[in-house]
Write a protein that binds this ligand. Structure first.
Ligand code: G4P
Length: 529
């Protein structure tokens, strides 16, 4: 199909940037937006330096920081595509939010610090991408700084990803010798030095890395090494195969510097030209294709109090099929009730506005008062349920300690709200009254106590509980499950949907229990009901 006749939704590119903190995700995001005039000045997100503060300042920091954290979705356009960039918070401790955001994208860009290679956070995020077959473009950032050898980095990435790599841009010098980036696919040199009049540099079209034009522009010894390395890279790695990339067998790799805008245009070009358009989404009873004639989507995130003056909640709906129009009535599958979507919000860089229509791949914000939860399906068509939006077994379990015991009722309400938003998980022990909260990272606890104080006016802290691990119990053998629950009642709880959860002081006890109950699966994740 030609570009003119292809349906509009095929121009959508819904993607996320994943990175270990400090690898340069924020800088790259700014550059991408800047490239398309979405924000006038990079403005370098004023509060950047404030990020170094302690965790407890997190909430306030988020509010001050502008684009990178508070905009969950950033939409911008080029001639060829409309990009929906979904933000994945990249803190040391990361939350379930991040995982779930990845359920709503069709592709991801993995940013790696050229001096550090693959780091722990990147690994975790990669696993999620792999689980959902999300194709990955690799951006090796900060090559203008002292960096590791390019081939060594590629080896490490190849071994970690266990898929083919195909270099798309190659550094012309690194660290102090950095002179620019060369696009091996389009044969363009992007020099790092500014033009003589200090204005934007021109891209230099070449015939290949050996083009003589480069001799006048790049220091001899740098050019010599670049030519040698580029030749070796072309020989050692497979050429870019868009289909292999989309199927998740190959990752295109770009070397660049977000700070110096190097490799960024090549990156965006790649997303435009080869990243997948909205993909079919897994659902029961069958996969939903974007071209289906009904509107459908799922909620992957709920954010409360985006506007501090109104107790509002915005549910972020990833549209998976059909042409959505404002005012449409969609069936809310969990309750079976229709919902008229009167004020869908669309996100343009830093602005948000009511949208009249949206299509597959788009994210719309739906203001509501708690009706919509993470994992919910909305549809105008046949009954269906999107699958694969996970809850993760908490790695930290705590009891909430109230400073004022008379506030117990308010606390319950607040915890229910925050659990629906996905900030924490709440477990009700089968014996005893104290609710337990579970989180994947410490940061979620800080967010919890901070929000209890500022939004709900409840002074509370968290206390250790005797449990350190939790697993959902899943079994087709109902009798065995019942028996296990009865026998272990003192260590059992229910999640907010009433699903049984086994609590233990550590993973050793879980393994032990699992060994003695082979008919039961002790699951570390659960699909949101
Ligand atoms: P993050 O969102 O992934 O956490 O990273 P962020 O973009 O905030 O970048 C982390 C630090 O790395 C910042 O420096 C940023 O300027 C720097 N950086 C990002 N990309 C590049 C690059 O391509 N080259 C170089 N040399 N540095 C880069 P900072 O000192 O934390 O902040 P600032 O004081 O410089 O603003």
């Amino acid at each position: 199909m030609s570009a003119d006749t292809q349906p509009e939704w095929q121009r959508r590119r819904t993607f996320a940037i994943i990175a270990h903190p400090d690898a340069g995700k924020t800088t790259l995001t700014e550059r991408l937006l800047l490239e398309h005039g979405a924000i006038r000045m990079a403005g370098d997100v004023k509060a950047r330096g404030e990020r170094r503060r302690t965790r407890s300042d997190w909430m306030e920091m988020e509010q001050k920081r502008g684009i990178s954290v508070s905009s969950s979705v950033m939409t911008f356009e080029s001639d060829k595509a409309t990009f929906n960039l979904l933000d994945t918070p990249g803190h040391e401790d990361f939350s379930e939010d991040t995982y779930r955001t990845l359920t709503a994208v069709d592709s991801a860009i993995m940013v790696i610090d050229a001096a550090k290679g693959i780091e722990s956070q990147t690994l975790k995020l990669l696993e999620v991408c792999r689980l959902r077959d999300i194709p990955i473009i690799t951006f090796i950032n900060k090559i203008d700084r002292e960096a590791r050898d390019a081939f060594e980095l590629l080896d490490e990435i190849e071994a970690t990803l266990a898929l083919d790599l195909s270099p798309v841009t190659w550094p012309v010098g690194m660290g102090p010798d950095f002179q620019g980036c060369y696009d091996l696919v389009r044969n363009r040199f992007d020099p790092s030095a500014p033009s003589e009049d200090g204005t934007k540099r021109q891209l230099v079209q070449c015939t290949g890395p050996d083009d003589e034009k480069l001799d006048a522009m790049v220091k001899d010894y740098v050019l010599e090494k670049f030519r040698e390395d580029a030749a070796l890279a072309v020989e050692a790695y497979k050429p870019l195969d868009p289909e292999a990339y989309r199927q998740g067998h190959m990752s295109p790799v770009l070397f660049g510097s977000a700070l110096k805008k190097q490799g960024v245009a090549s990156l965006l070009n790649l997303v435009e030209t080869i990243a997948p358009a909205p993909r079919p989404q897994p659902a029961e009873p069958e996969t939903v294709r974007p071209e289906a004639d009904y509107v459908s989507g799922f909620v992957f995130k709920v954010q409360a109090n985006m506007d501090p003056n109104h107790r509002d909640r915005v549910a972020f709906l990833r549209l998976c099929s059909g042409n959505f129009k404002r005012g449409m009535k969609l069936k809310h599958m969990r309750t079976g009730k229709p919902m008229a979507i009167q004020n869908p919000i669309f996100f343009f860089a830093q602005e948000r506005e009511i949208t009249e229509e949206a299509m597959p791949g788009d994210i719309i914000g739906i203001p509501n008062h708690g009706t919509l939860r993470v994992g919910d399906t909305l549809t105008s068509g046949p009954d269906l349920k999107f699958t694969g939006i996970p809850s993760f077994a908490p790695e930290i379990l705590r009891r909430v300690r109230l400073d004022d015991p008379l506030k117990a009722k308010q606390l319950n309400k607040a915890l229910t709200d925050l659990a629906e938003e996905g900030v924490v998980q709440v477990f009700a022990p089968m014996l005893g009254a104290d609710q337990l909260i579970g989180v994947v990272g410490q940061l979620q606890l800080d967010v919890l106590t901070s929000r209890l104080g500022t939004e709900y006016k409840i002074a509370a802290g968290v206390e250790p509980s005797r449990y350190q691990a939790a697993r959902w119990l899943i079994s087709d053998d109902k009798a065995a499950l019942k028996k296990f629950i009865e026998k272990n009642r003192a260590n059992m709880a229910e999640d907010r949907d009433g699903a049984p959860v086994f609590l233990a002081p550590g993973t050793w006890e879980i393994q032990y229990a699992a060994k003695n109950a082979p008919e039961i699966r002790f699951s570390a994740s659960r699909e949101v009901a």
